[in-house]
Design a protein around this ligand. Structure first.
Ligand code: 13P
Length: 258
């Protein structure tokens, strides 16, 4: 199996941006631009919880899929401020970002909670986009490989080979997020290949070959084509550039043509 047989996925991660009218306007602008990607590249917008219902309504009948930006591991209970997987499923949401470095950095999420959230999402029928990535000083200390291998092992702990087919891995070097400091295509490819070899160790070669691995971190309209041309980079998780319809579309088109 090779890249052409894996699902290419371009996902926007809107983070804490856009009110409902803004979400509606952005998705209305994106929809016609990316319509040609249908059947070739999966296009997703991961939006704040408050925008999910609006986003589902605006994108109904189009090829734009909707994701949430996090999910709790319990299905209900006394967890003030959290949202459960059944709540997302009931809205028709298909994807969910889990373990984003901003959640790990600012909200105390650990590989253990990332793993629990991933399992809960899968059990409810959601497709998790599990984020991994090293800090700048970890790269400087030359332990990127260990950090990534550990995250993959812990985050996917007890996820079965059958389930991992519904998992997307996003490699997001923390030093490249929102900094404009993009990883070189070679650096990004090296780690994405490493992730695939770690998946092969945990599962098997065929399973590893089938998993979509995205790059994220200052991917934009200018640098996307080079990154997406790499053999182990099957897509992108886009922050800032996903908030502009034209830029986001340029990235989608690079994936369509790549
Ligand atoms: P930027 O594209 O803004 O660097 O953000 C990347 C990211 O964190 C996507 O999840």
């Amino acid at each position: 199996m090779n890249k052409s047989t894996r699902k290419a996925i371009i996902a926007g991660n809107w983070k804490m941006n856009n009110t409902r009218p803004e979400a509606k306007a952005l998705l209305e602008a994106i929809k016609p631009l990316v319509a040609n990607a249908e059947g070739n590249v999966e296009v997703i917008a991961c939006v704040p919880f408050t925008n999910l219902e609006t986003a589902m309504n605006v994108t109904a009948g189009s090829n734009v899929k909707i994701g949430a930006e996090n999910v709790h591991f319990k299905s209900s209970g006394a967890y003030t401020g959290e949202i459960s997987a059944p709540m997302l499923v009931e809205l028709g949401v298909e994807y969910v970002v889990i373990g984003h470095s901003e959640r790990r950095q600012y909200f105390g999420e650990t590989d253990e909670t990332v793993n629990k959230r991933t399992l809960a999402a899968l059990e409810a029928g959601l497709k998790p986009i599990v984020c991994v990535g090293e800090l700048e000083w970890e790269r400087d200390c030359n332990i990127t490989e260990e950090v990534i291998a550990r995250q993959i092992k812990l985050d996917l702990w007890s996820v079965t080979a059958e389930q991992v087919k519904n998992v997307v891995i996003a490699y997001e070097p923390v030093w490249a997020i929102g900094t404009g400091k993009v990883a070189t295509p070679e650096q990004a490819e090296e780690v994405c290949a490493l992730i695939r070899s770690q998946l092969a160790k945990l599962y098997d070669e065929a399973t590893a070959e089938a998993v979509t691995i995205q790059y994220g971190g200052s991917m934009n309209a200018k640098n996307c084509a080079e990154l997406l041309a790499k053999p182990n980079i099957d897509g992108g998780l886009i922050g800032g550039a996903s908030l502009k319809a034209d830029d986001f579309n340029t990235i989608v088109q690079a994936a369509v043509n790549g």
